[in-house]
Design a protein around this ligand. Sequence first.
Ligand code: FMN
Length: 260
Amino acid sequence: MELVSIDKEMCRKDGICIAACPLGCLTADAEGFPVETANTGCIGCGQCVAICPHGALMHNSLPMQDFLPAQRDRADFASTAILMKTRRSVRTFKNQPIPRETLAELLDVARFAPTAKNTMQISFLAIADPDRTKALGEAIAQWMLPRPGMERYVDLHAKGQDFVLRGAPHLVLALADADSDWGLTDAAIAISYLELAAAAHGLGACWGGIVQRALTGNPELAALAGVPKDKAVRGALMLGAPKYRYALVPPRTPAATIWR
Ligand SMILES: Cc1cc2nc3c(=O)[nH]c(=O)nc-3n(C[C@H](O)[C@H](O)[C@H](O)COP(=O)(O)O)c2cc1C
C-alpha cells in the first residue's frame, strides 16, 4: 500500500509536507505533487497530514478521524507560562479521591507527549483505588526504612507521615520495556505532561522518585503494584486534590545559559 494519498485537486504543490517529514519519506514528482521516496522509514508521526493547510494529504496508516483540530490560539504564552511556573510538587492532599474519568482525562493528555522516533512506547499503570495506593506506599516504606541513609525518615514514618507517597490517593507509573532505548526520557516527558495537565485541572501532583527507585529495585514491590513482568517503571507521579493553595512561586536560579 502507498504511504500517502494525495488529492490533486486540493494540493497546491507548496512542498510543506515534504519539508515537515523528519525522515525524507516524501519528495516532489515531475509535476510537483508529493510522492513517497525509496525511504521506507516512516515513523507515523502524522506531520505531513497535520501541517497541510489544504487537507490534501492522507496517510494510509493514520485514519483522518484520529486527527484533532489544532486550536493553538487557545493556549497563549502568558497563561501557559503561568501554569508552568505555578505548578508545584504537592505533598498535602485532601482525603478525597479523584474521579476515574478525571484521571483518564489527564492520561489522555499525557499520551500526546513526544517520544523519540515516535515509538509511543510509554504505557501507564494508574492506581485509582486509594486503599491500594496506601498499601503500596506502606510496603515500600517497610522495605526502605531499614536501608542506610533512611534514618531521617524513620522518625517521620513513626509519626504517621507518608514519606513515600505523601498521602496522595493515586499513583501513576510510566512503564517502558526494560531494555528500551530512550525509555527514561520518554517517561519523564510523559510524567511532565501529566503533571502539567493535573495542575491545569486544579489537582495536585508530585514526582515519585522514591517509588520509582523502590519498584525498580525490588521485583516483589513491582509485582505488588501490578507492574507487568516485561515492563520497567521509568517514571512515577502521585496525584490527588491539593489540601492547600500556594500563595507564591518560590525563587529559582536564573536560566544558566551559554549564548553564542
Ligand atoms: C525526578 C524527580 C523525582 C522526585 N522525587 C520525589 C519524591 O520521591 N518525593 C517527593 O516528595 N518529591 C520528589 N520530587 C519533587 C522535587 O523535590 C521537587 O520538584 C523540587 O523540590 C522542586 O519543587 P517544585 O516541584 O515545587 O518546583 C521529585 C522531582 C523529580 C523531578
